[in-house]
Design a protein around this ligand. Structure first.
Ligand SMILES: [Cu+2]
Length: 321
């Protein structure tokens, strides 16, 4: 059955029924507390495959910051440390949190620490970023990442377990790191960063690229994608393929089928599935079909081959660095 609305209604009814039973049998026994600490670091990072350095602002010295992964219902016990060596205030804005922008998300001065808790109440994939003023600059300089909130029901027919998962986060590279107004007005951007580097996983357009995404023919590959651009949507398309499913905001209930190009708003996160032909090796190029972005770095090669590295797209290797 491929009727999403009917399936959603059925799932909701089933969920309510099960929730009623579980509430009596095992009250909130499964939720756990997950401790997450970010250290704001103003440091040089490489923004391409040949090692060009950029004066970044980061979470933990990396663009993007680390992948946070929890299960729906978990408590996130979060700490943001802003070391006294930094020159700027920083903050955290988890799109998965329902809190107070003036409290939990407030700027943290150098030498100070912010500590708070929130419950990840809704399954899905979400951007996080620094929201300290000027926000455009803090995001453009590299302070963003993804939080994955896995559904507490686990996998299902509507939300099958993928064979591999990858995280791709697209951002914009502004070589003039000081010109905040240019960032706000979208002037002067010279590159599209995929997980922090232009053409990060594209040896076709950049001979210095050493990484590609890999899977075996016929496997279901789920890509968790975040648009961390400052001002531009992303026309997310797998060249030589079709998204088998698109889960808007990564939520199993928000499923679309058979989508060639999905438009990802600024700050939106989405999970998209691709299933390559099982009977032959193939390649896909996952692009922002907006050509100005693709040709500045937003192209990722997915190789579907029998000898795919079994470690890629699993565990820690869902975000390749
Ligand atoms: Cu910041």
């Amino acid at each position: 059955m491929r009727n999403a609305i009917a399936e959603k209604g059925f799932r909701r009814a089933l969920g309510l029924g099960l929730a009623g039973c579980l509430a009596a049998a095992a009250p909130a026994a499964l939720a756990k507390t997950v401790h997450v600490t970010f250290v704001a670091k103003e440091t040089m990072v490489e923004i391409d495959n040949k090692g060009t350095l950029y004066p970044a602002w980061t979470f933990d010295g990396m663009i993007p910051g680390k992948v946070v992964r929890v299960t729906e219902g978990d408590v996130i016990d979060f700490k943001l440390i802003n070391p006294k060596e930094n020159k700027n205030s920083h903050s955290i804005d988890f799109h998965a949190a329902e809190v107070d922008v003036l409290d939990e998300f407030a700027p943290v001065k150098p030498g100070e620490t912010k500590h708070f808790r929130f419950v990840a109440r809704r399954a899905g994939v979400y951007m996080y970023h620094c929201g300290a003023p000027t926000m455009a600059q803090h995001i453009a300089r590299g302070m963003y990442g993804i939080i994955i909130v896995d559904p507490k029901e686990g996998y299902s027919e509507q939300f099958p377990k993928p064979d591999r998962e990858y995280v791709l986060i697209q951002g914009q590279y502004f070589p003039d790191a000081e010109d905040k107004q240019a960032m706000i007005e979208n002037r002067g951007w010279a590159g599209s960063l995929i997980n922090g580097k232009m053409f990060h996983y594209d040896p076709v357009h950049d001979p210095n690229a050493s990484l590609v995404l890999e899977s075996k023919p016929g496997e279901r590959v789920r890509i968790h994608f975040v648009n961390a651009n400052i001002n531009m949507p992303v026309a997310l398309h797998p060249i030589a393929g079709i998204w088998d499913r698109v889960y808007i905001n990564g939520n199993p209930d928000n499923v679309l089928y058979d989508i060639a190009t999905y438009n990802v708003a600024v700050s939106e996160a989405v999970s998209v599935d691709i299933v390559s032909p099982a009977d032959r090796p193939t390649n896909n190029a996952i692009v922002d079909h907006t050509m100005s972005a693709a040709m500045r770095g937003a192209i990722t090669v997915l190789m579907n081959k029998p000898d795919a590295d079994p470690t890629l797209g699993r565990g820690e290797k869902i975000l390749l660095r």
